[in-house]
Design a protein around this ligand. Structure first.
Ligand SMILES: *Cc1c(COP(=O)(O)O)cnc(C)c1O
Length: 384
């Protein structure tokens, strides 16, 4: 049997909900879409949610809604999935990377301030921080930097539904609740916390942005009488903006609603698994794990270890049918971004992190036995 780094879990109830949806009147935009949106918004603690076809589409629509275009400069982290940066390029904007903090693997706020200060006032328009691996970035801090420099924030919370940080008043701030960000996005790709196959969500507290996103999600077309410039009859609609078809089918929303019911349970299990890994590796002479203090509020999309002989360990685990993974190859070292002028050595902390990191199996349905086997195999590799 193979053990991979991440895996979805589909229950019988999930299957039944999908079958019900398949035999209903709606396959694409029906009642399940709005139900999923409102339940997800409630789970995350935001006012509004817009369900879309995938996380990348969510990022693209956010960038559009915030008017990213040619000449607009946006900051993100090199340690993320490429889509966090690509959404800026889709709209013709320029991507600037900011190196990471070596402990948290998140954007380094001191470096962020330096980057912003190195350019004339008004040079940057926005920032896309990522709750990498499920660790909530302190958005209160990011927001104060953003406000000083009139930047918007899109929180890429794909790794962190249910994750949180404590703000300066001690209040729990859930990832994606949009308390400090203008917009936040999630993905329902099978390895993420909530799986719909393909799927994504945007959360916000801003009604205007919400309405814009709803329009852009479906070609920029509206039938809403309050928004139409005239009314030629019941059939009449208007295309008011150049949008896309980024809709998510009702079928998948039925699956999403059912998955969402188990989201909290899954989160608890992920934290349990993380605790066990931490205890197994915390005093190891080669393996490095993040400090336990960082576990507070961590949503553990990934459990990352850092080792010097990563390639050998990866191959060894693979030979034992354990499929670890690397998250991520720094985005600026991708040939496409090198073509835009980035080069190796530009973000040394991110590159050093990449050389040593390995994501080991982390998903709620990972059994205790399988986890113990993973731990034993890793320890065996180091001869203890
Ligand atoms: C998965 C992911 C995305 C993209 O989501 P898709 O649904 O696969 O398009 C974007 N950002 C991060 C950080 C991700 O992990």
């Amino acid at each position: 049997m193979n053990i991979s780094y991440g895996k979805q879990f589909i229950s019988n109830e999930d299957i039944n909900e999908v079958i019900k949806s398949l035999t209903s009147d709606f396959l694409t935009q029906g009642p399940k879409v709005t139900e999923f949106e409102s339940k997800f918004a409630e789970y995350i603690g935001s006012k509004f949610a817009v369900a879309v076809s995938n996380g990348t589409a969510a990022l693209h629509l956010c960038a559009m809604a915030l008017n990213v275009k040619e000449g607009v400069n946006v900051i993100t982290t090199p340690i993320t999935f490429a889509a966090s940066a690509n959404c800026v390029r889709y709209c013709g904007g320029n991507v600037f990377f900011c190196d990471i903090n070596p402990e948290t693997f998140l954007i380094d706020t001191e470096k962020l301030k330096q980057l912003i200060a190195s350019k004339p006032k008004g040079f940057f328009s926005g920032i896309i921080p990522v709750d990498f691996a499920g660790l909530a970035i302190n958005l209160e801090e990011i927001k104060s930097i953003a406000d000083e420099n009139e930047l918007w924030i899109i929180e890429d919370a794909c790794h962190a539904p249910g994750g949180y940080f404590k703000d300066s008043k001690g209040v729990t701030q859930l990832c994606g609740n949009s308390q400090f960000a203008d917009l936040a996005i999630f993905s329902f790709h099978p390895v993420k916390h909530i799986a719909t196959g393909e799927g994504g969500m945007i959360t916000t507290n801003d009604k205007e942005l919400f309405e814009k996103l709803v329009l852009l999600r479906t070609h920029g077309i509206t039938k809403n009488e309050n928004l139409l410039s005239k009314n030629d009859g019941g059939w009449y609609y208007e295309m008011q903006e150049l949008g896309f078809n980024y809709r998510i089918p009702d079928i998948l929303c039925a699956l999403g609603i059912s998955q969402l019911k188990r989201a909290n349970e899954g989160l608890i299990r992920r934290r349990e698994i993380a605790r066990k890994y931490f205890d197994a590796f915390k005093n190891h002479r080669v393996i490095k794990v993040q400090p336990i203090e960082l576990h507070v509020g961590h949503a553990f999309h990934l459990f990352i270890i850092q080792v010097s002989n990563r390639r050998e360990l990866y191959d060894y685990l693979k030979s034992k049918n354990i499929f670890a993974q690397v998250h991520y190859i720094p985005v600026h070292t991708m040939p496409y971004y090198k073509g835009l002028g980035y080069k190796d050595g530009d973000f040394p902390i991110a590159e050093n992190y990449y050389r040593n990191c390995l994501s080991i199996p982390m998903y709620p349905s990972l059994s205790n036995n399988d986890q113990e086997m993973v731990i034993k195999t890793i320890l065996d590799f180091y001869g203890n």
